[in-house]
Design a protein around this ligand. Structure first.
Ligand SMILES: [Zn+2]
Length: 301
């Protein structure tokens, strides 16, 4: 009898455990290409869900391509490129429509995350209630995983800026370039459970990309993101000069239908941090809408 009781308890206990497992497991993924993070977080993120993460929605690319809805949310992929290949899933991008607002600005920061500048920039963005885009370098991702998580949690977009940013490695061949993108994607996915589908070539694509690079990006489903306003913060410019550089290019409305502003949050770019509040004010004073870069962002040129 004692043994039967024990068996009964064991069976009931197991059943309760299984029911509990279902109750706390992530929402079962529906076979659509797109879903929203708040209802379909990757397992590793869902296990640590908090209110801050629930606020930061993004569009998630899944299995079957469907036209993309206009969202002003970052776009991430549930799968790495290799996983897509292994699972025989489409590598290309779903259909989408470019977003053309009357006055749109995309603030972008390259070469981070940096332990000093990136948190300072995130604080300024939060104080101003705006979202931006960070093109991150793989070697920095390895050093500062907590900052990748913070950028993601706060609803900004993350783009791939290659693994080591060393031109002679990157531009040796299209396959070297693609393998650096894949390498950085893996690092990012290990931290936040998803990977970007937007990328930016170090030094810019012009002069570095041949047709084979563009073909490789298209085949593997990456959007290359340029810029049409340069802050000039890569030199030794001081904050007032950086603001003035942007302001001057903003007057040349014929140069852009939407402003994609190149800045840097990498090491040594403290002047960019100092300039940022004035840069944001400049665009706010001109009634710009701040957006994150996703598949709907029109090309810079
Ligand atoms: Zn760069």
């Amino acid at each position: 009898m004692a043994k039967n009781n024990f068996m009964l308890k064991l069976i009931c206990g197991s059943a309760a455990f299984i029911v509990l497992l279902f109750a706390v497991s992530p929402v079962v993924s529906i076979p659509s290409y797109i879903s929203y993070a708040s209802t379909n977080l990757p397992a590793e993120i869902n296990s640590t869900v908090n209110s801050q993460q629930l606020e930061s929605e993004y569009t998630l690319l899944e299995d079957v391509p469907q036209p993309l809805l206009l969202t002003n949310k970052p776009v991430y992929d549930k799968y790495t490129l290799q996983e897509r290949k292994n699972l025989n899933l489409p590598l290309g991008l779903p259909d989408f429509t470019y977003y053309y607002g009357e006055k749109t600005v995309y603030l972008t920061f390259d070469d981070g995350p940096d332990p000093e500048n990136t948190p300072a920039i995130l604080k300024i963005l939060k104080d101003n209630n705006i979202k931006a885009t960070f093109f991150v370098v793989g070697t920095q991702v390895e050093k500062t995983p907590h900052l990748i998580k913070l950028i993601f949690d706060e609803g900004h977009a993350i783009g791939n800026h290659t693994y080591n940013h060393i031109y002679r490695d990157l531009y040796k061949s299209p396959s070297s370039y693609m393998s650096q993108l894949a390498q950085t994607d893996e690092k990012i996915k290990n931290i936040i459970g998803v990977r970007p589908r937007i990328s930016r070539a170090p030094g810019g694509s012009s002069g570095s990309f041949t047709k084979a690079y563009w073909d490789g990006l298209k085949y593997n489903g990456y959007i290359e993101v340029g810029w049409n306003i340069s802050s000039g913060d890569a030199s030794s410019a001081k904050a007032p000069q950086i603001v003035q550089n942007i302001s001057r290019q903003l007057e040349n409305k014929f140069l852009w239908s939407h402003a994609i502003v190149l800045m840097h949050d990498g090491r040594g770019h403290n002047e960019t941090v100092t300039a940022l509040p004035a840069i944001i004010k400049l665009f706010k004073d001109h009634n710009f809408e701040f957006r994150v870069i996703n598949l709907e962002t029109p090309p810079a040129w």
